[in-house]
Design a protein around this ligand. Structure first.
Ligand code: ATP
Length: 387
């Protein structure tokens, strides 16, 4: 949440010692000096209230009652599947689309109030859409200079500084077709940064990058954003990228905001099933509730909470929230059906006698022979009524 900034009149108290006439008097004089702003570093730079947008040709809302506070200097990720409203939200913030209702306050100024809005050019907002929109006939230096005012005296130096910021200082004479897709993205970033915007909007910046470049780019982007002090809003449909990149996440689904907050908090405490599954499908065991716990094909799991449920219950948990145990003294077990190796971890799929499966994250060095019975515990789970 945004913290408040306030105007505080400062009173200066001066202690006067009057040594005249061999006596001491104490006088307090209060001076009201210039007011000072006490600004919290986490002050909200962008404040979105009750924002809704429906495209004329569409029956459903692209954005519905969005409320979002974005702190200055932070990286805010907007995540959601295709068609969830991410681009529409960026476009409304940039001034490229107009909302039907709601307001946006940017840097203390109302830039959108219902259908009344200041133009895109008047907002100090840089935008990078997923096609990067570099001019093919211009070299990198010229591409970056396009973002600067024609009257700008030091445009060449500013453009070269921006290219240096993204590691392209030696490539300024190259044309977009001579660059890799990661370099094109950096060039687009340099162009957006050249005009020193207060806020930078990036639409799916990692879409066309392979995993290695993507991870590098995520780190670079983080470094650049943090070193320039700029505020960045990044739309992405990759939940995992957003988790590692952002200070704050906002999860959109069908135009509505499902949850917002620090990535780890959302990952650990999802507000609803949609958010929980957005970070990867959770395991689901359908079990029968008894007075002491839950029975399923994987065995009996004691839990006093079972009394609160009707007959059928879903036990929902992530692969990393279960542990495979060596000792057979565990209530839950299954046979090893498959293992998937991911380098730094492996996923072991265990199956019960009826063919139901669960996936459990395990150390990459452990050996799991197919068909062998393994015991496991579930350390963190959610329960849902199954109908
Ligand atoms: N110009 C338009 N005219 C009509 N409907 C539109 C327009 N732009 C977007 N929409 C609709 O608004 C909804 C949200 O679209 P939007 O592009 O914002 O989603 P998104 O999350 O960015 O998707 P993607 O990840 O595929 O880019 C979708 O249902 C889309 O069809």
């Amino acid at each position: 949440m945004a913290n408040k900034s306030g105007l505080f009149p400062l009173h200066l108290y001066i202690l006067c010692l009057d040594l005249n006439f061999n006596r001491i008097t104490l006088t307090f004089v209060s001076y009201k000096v210039l007011p000072i702003y006490i600004i919290d570093r986490e002050m909200s730079l962008l404040s979105i209230t009750n924002l809704s947008k429906k495209f004329p040709q569409s029956k459903t809302y692209a954005l519905q009652d969005i409320n979002l506070e974005i702190a200055e200097g932070s990286i805010q990720a907007i995540v959601g599947e295709n068609g969830s409203g991410k681009t529409s939200l960026l476009k409304v913030i940039a001034g490229l689309e107009h909302p039907d209702k709601g307001s946006i306050i940017f840097s203390g100024q109302t830039i959108v109030n219902g259908k009344v809005a200041i133009s895109a050019e008047q907002r100090e907002i840089g935008v990078i859409f997923d096609d990067y929109a570099l001019f093919p006939q211009l070299n990198l230096l010229e591409n970056v200079k396009v973002a600067l005012q024609p009257k700008e005296k030091h445009s060449t130096q500013i453009a070269r500084d921006s290219l240096a910021l993204v590691g392209l200082e030696d490539s300024y004479k190259l044309f977009p077709h001579q660059l890799s897709s990661g370099q094109r993205q950096r060039a687009a970033l340099a162009r957006a940064l050249a005009s020193r915007p207060k806020i930078l909007l990036l639409d799916d910046p990692f879409k066309s990058l392979d995993t290695r470049f993507k991870n590098e780019m995520i780190q670079d982007l983080q470094d650049i954003v943090k070193s320039t002090g700029i505020t960045a809003i990044i739309a992405s449909h990759h939940a995992k990228d957003a988790l590692s990149l952002a200070d704050n996440l906002a999860i959109l689904h069908k135009g509505t905001l499902q949850q917002q907050g620090p990535p780890e908090e959302i990952y650990r405490n999802p507000a609803n099933a949609y958010v929980a599954n957005f970070f990867g499908k959770r395991n689901e065991i359908v079990a029968t509730s008894t007075p002491d716990g839950f029975y399923s094909g994987f065995g009996f799991m004691p839990d006093p909470e079972s009394v609160k449920f009707n007959e059928k219950v879903k036990i929902l948990f992530r692969a990393e929230d279960a542990k495979i145990k060596k000792d057979a003294n565990q209530p839950l077990s299954g046979t090893i059906h498959r293992t998937l190796f991911y380098g730094d971890h492996q996923i072991v799929k265990l199956m019960d006698d009826e063919g139901h499966q669960v996936s459990i994250k395990a150390h990459p060095g452990r050996n799991f022979p197919l068909g062998e019975r393994m015991f496991f515990t579930i350390e963190k789970y959610e329960l849902e009524e199954a109908f």
